[in-house]
Design a protein around this ligand. Structure first.
Ligand SMILES: NC(=O)c1ccc[n+]([C@@H]2O[C@H](COP(=O)([O-])OP(=O)(O)OC[C@H]3O[C@@H](n4cnc5c(N)ncnc54)[C@H](OP(=O)(O)O)[C@@H]3O)[C@@H](O)[C@H]2O)c1
Length: 240
């Protein structure tokens, strides 16, 4: 896909890799609707990226709000070309300590929210004369279960299944579906104190975003449906 003059929806655009995805897309000439709950952060990003970045205050766990926004924004002759399902969060702990609220928030954001938005974007993409692309951000936690991350594992494994089914369902409609499975990235995902919770051997958001751009720019009849990204040496340099 040539990204110039295309239209993308990026969820989780107020932080972390969502900012980098938006930045790289805008640099390519794509109009980006950046969705997140914190409008003030989105407005700051618009000041940096310019008018091609459009802030949209949205909680993706609210199905009715998503439907209303998509119906007000798009129609059969104005359709998105790209959907990046990136918004997500993780709360970690032993299963016996995990609250039902924590479980519900993860399922509602990482899994239900993806369905709520994808369900309304797909019919629009089917009307789009161009090839379209949906990229779902899973995690290596969508490939490997591990202690203390059971709920997060459940959402990211679930997202893998959803993505694989969609890739097979939508390929004949000129809609690509890809899933990214990243290892640790230096973002706010691990807590608000980015300095304390990340280290230099984690992957950098800009590098992950370059891979996303590569997936999007592949020739129309070439699909990278799954890609795993890892830091080569994942250890904190301070503890080696
Ligand atoms: N960092 C890692 O090591 C890593 C590794 C593998 C996969 N991932 C995945 O990468 C994705 C992005 O994470 P990140 O590392 O960039 O973390 P981050 O910096 O914490 O960003 C998370 C984003 O999700 C948004 N979000 C959370 N709940 C939302 C909701 N209900 N509605 C709308 N937006 C919501 C947040 O925006 P608001 O708070 O403003 O709503 C924020 O923009 C997630 O799906 C995560 O699971 C991260």
């Amino acid at each position: 896909m040539n990204l110039s003059n295309k239209t993308a929806i990026v969820t989780g655009a107020s932080s972390g890799i969502g900012i980098s995805f938006s930045e790289k897309l805008v640099q390519k000439g794509t109009k980006v609707y950046g969705l997140a709950r914190r409008l003030n952060k989105l407005k700051e990003i618009q000041r940096e990226l310019g008018e091609l970045f459009i802030p949209v205050e949205m909680d993706i766990t609210k199905a009715a709000d998503i439907e209303k926004w998509i119906k007000s924004q798009f129609n059969d002759s104005h359709t998105p070309d790209i959907l990046i399902n990136n918004a997500g969060l993780g709360t970690f702990g032993n299963v016996d300590d995990l609250s039902i609220d924590d479980w519900d928030i993860m399922i509602n954001t990482n899994l239900n929210g993806v369905f709520y938005i994808t369900k309304h974007v797909v019919p629009l993409m089917k009307q789009n004369p161009n090839h379209c692309h949906i990229i779902n951000i899973s995690s290596v936690a969508g490939l490997l279960g591990n202690p203390q991350i059971s709920a997060y594992n459940a959402t990211k494994f679930g997202l893998r299944g959803f993505s694989e089914a969609l890739f097979k369902e939508l390929r004949y409609d000129k809609i690509k579906v890809s899933t990214m499975f990243p290892g640790s990235i230096a973002t706010h995902f691990f807590g608000d104190d980015k300095e304390a919770s990340t280290h230099p051997n984690m992957m950098q958001p800009g590098d992950v975003a370059n891979t996303l751009i590569h997936l999007l720019e592949t020739p129309d009849n070439l699909l990278i449906n799954e890609i795993t990204l890892r830091p080569l040496n994942p250890k904190n340099p301070d503890s080696q």
